[in-house]
Design a protein around this ligand. Structure first.
Ligand code: NAP
Length: 283
């Protein structure tokens, strides 16, 4: 059993980040007379996506930035969405572009993500951004994984030499977080739906990242005592992807759900937009 279990307070850290970002935004405005703008694109009427986009817009306002909301109908084609992104790419006022995932099935989401100009890819969704990040070159990281890494860094949790087991390999979460952990010299195992002996692999983990998208899929008994548990999942009823309530007392550290990874995702998106604004607006 871990001597003490540290709650990785994403909510608290994201508030502190926002306070710092507010000061940086004030400085940009004072020096350039320009207000940084994040463009959000929502396609269709998925209620969860609408909430996420609204939360991101609200976070912009809290730090003194503006968000421009582009809302396209459910039947939007790939070509129409590509054209909307191109317009934002060419708009000098826009410092960052967020295309809310997922888009309706008729749209080629990958093509649309990759249309986002690299210097405005503040949500870290392009292939180029992923490749650069993987090669340890400057790039905005995918927001949720970069937020997870910021949280681990803030609590000074050792990563080098540790065995990290990431459950999930999605382009926005599992795959990039695995590369970020590798860049910090963790030894990384990436698991997915075809993985054999998942419980045995998780049992070896010093760090477990749950990014499966199924409520409490990762069972408490699969996790060894003293592991660091990061739960990226969020489901109805406040459940994550890990059976966190049963493991938190014997984990070295864990992210609560809610209040762990979620707020860090938004704070990271805003932080990367401010960083882009500082470069673009030459503050
Ligand atoms: P996703 O695209 O659905 O990917 C899920 C991953 O889990 C896939 O790689 C899949 O494997 C794997 N998986 C599914 N069933 C499995 C099984 N039985 N055993 C092992 N692996 C399995 O989901 P996502 O977008 O990465 O999201 C993952 C979770 O994070 C969700 O709960 C989501 O709500 C949450 N999330 C949170 C935030 C936030 O801001 N807090 C942001 C994004 C996502 P295959 O590749 O083989 O199909």
């Amino acid at each position: 059993m871990a001597a003490t279990s540290t709650l990785l307070d994403g909510k608290g850290l994201s508030k502190a980040m926002e306070a710092d970002l507010k000061v940086r935004v004030e400085k940009i405005i004072a020096q350039t007379g320009k207000v940084p703008v994040l463009a959000t694109i929502l396609v269709g009427n998925d209620p969860s996506s609408e909430v996420y986009v609204k939360m991101k817009g609200n976070a912009c306002e809290r730090v003194g930035m503006t968000s421009v909301r582009v809302h396209l109908p459910e039947e939007t084609t790939t070509e129409e969405l590509l054209a909307a992104i191109e317009k934002l790419n060419n708009d000098e006022q826009i410092c960052g572009i967020l295309l809310q995932h997922p888009v309706p099935h008729q749209i080629d989401e990958r093509a649309c993500f990759d249309k986002i100009a690299i210097d405005k890819d503040v949500d870290g969704v392009t292939c180029l951004g992923f490749g650069r990040m993987s090669m340890n070159e400057p790039a905005y990281g995918s927001a949720t994984p970069a937020g997870i890494m910021e949280l681990l860094k803030h609590y000074k949790l050792p990563l080098a030499g540790k065995h990290a087991v990431v459950v999930g390999r999605s382009p926005i979460l599992g795959k990039p977080v695995a590369m970020m952990l590798l860049n910090e010299n963790a030894t990384v195992t990436i698991c997915h739906s075809k993985t054999d002996n998942l419980p045995a692999l998780i049992k070896q983990a010093d760090i477990v990242v749950g990014a499966v998208g199924r409520p409490e899929f990762i069972r408490a008994e699969w996790i060894k005592d003293g592991a660091v548990v990061v739960d990226a999942g969020y489901h109805k009823g406040g459940l994550g992807d890990v059976e966190i309530s049963k493991v938190k007392d014997r984990a070295a550290a864990y992210t609560p759900v809610p209040g762990g990874v979620g707020p860090m995702t938004i704070a990271t998106l805003i932080a990367q937009t401010v960083a882009s604004a500082e470069k673009k607006l030459k503050a």
